[in-house]
Design a protein around this ligand. Sequence first.
Ligand SMILES: Cc1ncc(COP(=O)(O)O)c(C=O)c1O
Length: 377
Amino acid sequence: MTERKHYAEILEGLKQCFPAPTSNPVMDGYLLYTIAHFIDRIDHLKGAAPLLGGPVEGRISEGSTQFPDGMSSVEAVIERLVEYCRGMTLWSHPNFQAQVVPPPTVTSITAVMAAAIFNPNMVEDEASARFAEAEQQVVSLVSELVGYDPARSGGLFTFGGTGTILYGCKVAIERISGGRTMHEGIREDFKIVTSDCAHYSRLNVAGWLGLGTRNIITIPTNRDNEMSLTDLEAALRRAFERGEKIAAIIATTGTTDALGIDDVGAIVQLRDRLAAEFGVPPPHVHADAAIGWVWAAFRDYDFDGNALGFHARTVRSLRDSWGRMAGLILADSIGIDFHKTGYAPYVSSLFLLRERDQLKRLSRRTDEMPYLDQLGR
Ligand SMILES: Cc1ncc(COP(=O)(O)O)c(C=O)c1O
């Protein structure tokens, strides 16, 4: 049997694994050295191919998968990390062309590092007040960007584009059920309407929320991958005539592969017209702008003046795409992925609501969160 070290000796080694909570330039230096060493090791793997260190073969874990007996050194873990990075796609490499996944910027990487160092817990203000404030600031800024009124809008960051659709549908269900389902669960069929080009996460959402995927109504798309409005009208009429309850219509502004853009403005108008005609509550319209949100940066751009000097073809494309997305402002909620078209690392998704009051339906009473309720008393 191998002789074990005394725990106090192990503890001394363990302490070297943490950045210092009190001023300690030596430990700060060690943290910086470790990160710099990792980046240096990775640099050696960069080359003409857009894959870090070239294609990988085999698996790292071939051989023993036993839980290790002892602790590894920081240096050994970094070496291991380098191995896991091998074969990784370099999204911004000059020899690579793809969409959807961006290279994160230096500032966004640093911000993620700040979060990694301090582990902000935003469940209550006292622990990380400024991080909580940052979330609110982004909600305001992006509201303004897309054309929402920041004085009325609300939102939060969540676990990916899928999470934004989950929130959109959840708010929709609470709205149509008069706020009952948080407590009673879903006791009747509510429908969700999307196009056949909408992201497959609609299936997860319908399944996870307990709606069931069979309650998704799928609308065909036209040759531009946009939801067909005539088919949408026919499907809504059919559903309302049968007395079916439609909780949400999910419009996709920027489908994953072909950037099909559903006409949110026209969908909202159709929704209002038919809801009035049938005397039913208007379904919630959620815009899945995980990819397309960034076109809102051109909301106020003078395409004729073209002060940024874009190529004429680029101006035509921007004007056309933004023209189709401008109805975003009318959506009841919007899903935004900074880890797609925002040059931020995974996971960075924002769920925006035009009327923040609707979020109240998802909140809990303070007495239901005992340890938070007792804070400051
Ligand atoms: C349009 C659209 N919506 C939603 C999603 C789901 O996003 P996530 O993978 O971050 O959950 C994607 C992902 O590619 C997407 O392209």
